[in-house]
Design a protein. Structure first.
Length: 229
């Protein structure tokens, strides 16, 4: 058979299959972010194998990945535990977010066209829907999609890679702040201000709204974590 472009194109896997490891990793990540496993709790391989229905080798891979994401830490003579959150760590994450996100939203506002604005509006509508349902997983997914579009549009691919590496810890902080009074209302309202500035193609207002949103979340986290060791 001749090697035609059509034949070669047929080889391409457009939607790679999700592996068992990826499924287990996603379940464990969401369980830690959602608080099913509490900070400082030991993660026992045998128990996790039974709970997830996977082999010990899969669990070990998952734990290594979660350790790289900062969601798990290894303690001598104890093994893996759910990483604890401290205000010092959270403060640094918020500082990184403020710097990277404010620059990205400003650049997005400069170039956003009707198609980009429609994508952001769709993510915001989903954020509103999941906020009204008080669904932290849905809120996290919608928020992540909103920022993904912004970083992709602004061309800040390296910055998005950094944010993605921190996303597990960012999500833990988001879930923690969502548990406080009115945060499921005030958070989306602040994100809508970011969108409104992007919709007006106003970089300065977009960056200012973004910094205000991050600062508000940081203030809540500080109140909750400042005394933690």
């Amino acid at each position: 058979m001749a090697k035609t472009a059509e034949n070669l194109a047929a080889l391409r896997i457009e939607t790679p299959p999700v592996t068992l490891r990826e499924i287990a990793l996603d379940r464990m990540r969401r369980a830690i972010i959602g608080g099913l496993f509490e900070p400082g709790e030991r993660l026992v391989e045998r128990t996790l194998c039974d709970q997830l229905g996977v082999s010990r080798s899969v669990i070990r891979e998952v734990i290594r990945h979660l350790e790289a994401e900062g969601l798990v830490e290894m303690l001598a003579k104890q093994g893996p535990i759910v990483a604890r959150l401290s205000w010092d760590d959270a403060r640094q994450i918020y500082e990184i977010r403020a710097a990277l996100e404010s620059t990205a939203v400003a650049d997005c506002a400069r170039v956003a066209d009707d198609d980009i604005k429609a994508k952001l509006r769709t993510a915001l509508d989903e954020l509103d829907r999941t906020s009204k349902q008080n669904s932290p997983p849905g809120i996290l997914d919608a928020t992540t999609e909103f920022y993904r579009v912004i970083f992709e549009t602004s061309g800040h691919n390296i910055a998005w890679d950094i944010v993605s590496r921190l996303n597990g810890r960012i999500s833990r902080l988001r879930v923690m702040t969502l548990s406080t009074a009115n945060r499921t209302t005030s958070g989306p309202a602040q994100i809508r201000k970011i969108f409104a500035a992007i919709a007006q193609n106003d970089p300065g207002a977009a960056a200012e709204a973004c910094r205000a949103h991050v600062a508000a979340a940081a203030g809540i986290a500080e109140a909750l974590l400042a005394g933690a060791k």
